[in-house]
Design a protein around this ligand. Structure first.
Ligand SMILES: [Mn+2]
Length: 204
C-alpha cells in the first residue's frame, strides 16, 4: 500500500511457570492461521480473529490446562497484545480507527477500535450468566472479556465491545471476536490519504 515501508510481522515468545507461548503475527497478511493452544474453542476464536482481520497468525501455546485453561488463555492474549503493539511500530500511515457490527445468527456484536497507544476496554452487553457458561467444555464465558483485557492492555488499544443481542454462548463469543477483528482490520489498514502518524500529538 501507499507509503508502507515497514514490515509489520513479528514473533514473540513468552515463558512462565504456567505457560509457554510462541506467537507469530503479520498484520499485512491474508488471514491465514495455524493455531494450537490446547483449548479448542479458543483456537476457534483466534482463527476467526485472524481470518476476519486479515492478519496471519501462528500460535503454539502450552500450559497448565490440567489445572484450568485460564492461564494459557490469558497468557496467549497477553502475547497477542504484545505482538500487535510491536508489529504496529510507530503507526505511521494507518487509519487508526475502525468499527464493525457483526451478527452470528441471533447474536449481534459491535466493536470499535482506536489504535491510540492508551489501553482502555469498555465491554458491555453480555447476557446475565454468560460469564459462568462453559463453552466447548473448558472455556468459560468470563474469558472472553479477560482476553479482550489482555489484548487491549498489552497492545495499547482503546476497544469498545458491546453485545447487542444473542442467546447461544458460542454465537455470542464468536460474534464478539469477529466484530473486534473487523474493527481492527480497518484500524490497522494503511490509508493512502494519511501522511505521518494520525494524531495531532504526533505520536500514538
Ligand atoms: Mn487472569
Amino acid at each position: 500500500m501507499s507509503g508502507q515501508t515497514q514490515n509489520r510481522a513479528v514473533r514473540v515468545q513468552r515463558e512462565t511457570s504456567e505457560s509457554s507461548i510462541d506467537l507469530s503475527i503479520d498484520l499485512d497478511g491474508t488471514g491465514a492461521s495455524d493455531i494450537e493452544t490446547g483449548v479448542p474453542f479458543y483456537d476457534h476464536l483466534l482463527t476467526a480473529f485472524a481470518r476476519h482481520s486479515l492478519t496471519d497468525l501462528t500460535v503454539r501455546a502450552s500450559g497448565d490446562v490440567h489445572i484450568d485453561v485460564h492461564h494459557t488463555v490469558e497468557d496467549t492474549g497477553i502475547v497477542l497484545g504484545q505482538a500487535i503493539r510491536q508489529a504496529l511500530g510507530d503507526k505511521r500511515g494507518i487509519s487508526r480507527y475502525g468499527d464493525a457490527l457483526v451478527p452470528l445468527d441471533e447474536a449481534l456484536a459491535q466493536a470499535v477500535v482506536d489504535i491510540s497507544g492508551r489501553p482502555y476496554l469498555v465491554h458491555t452487553g453480555e447476557p446475565a450468566g454468560f460469564e459462568f457458561h462453559l463453552i466447548g467444555g473448558h472455556f468459560t464465558g468470563s474469558m472472553v472479556r479477560h482476553v479482550f483485557e489482555a489484548i487491549t492492555f498489552n497492545a495499547g488499544l482503546t476497544v469498545h465491545v458491546n453485545v447487542l443481542g444473542g442467546r447461544d454462548p458460542h454465537h455470542i463469543a464468536e460474534a464478539e471476536f469477529k466484530a473486534f477483528a473487523r474493527a481492527f482490520r480497518q484500524a490497522k489498514a494503511f490509508d493512502p490519504l494519511v501522511t505521518g502518524i494520525p494524531s495531532t500529538k504526533g505520536a500514538l
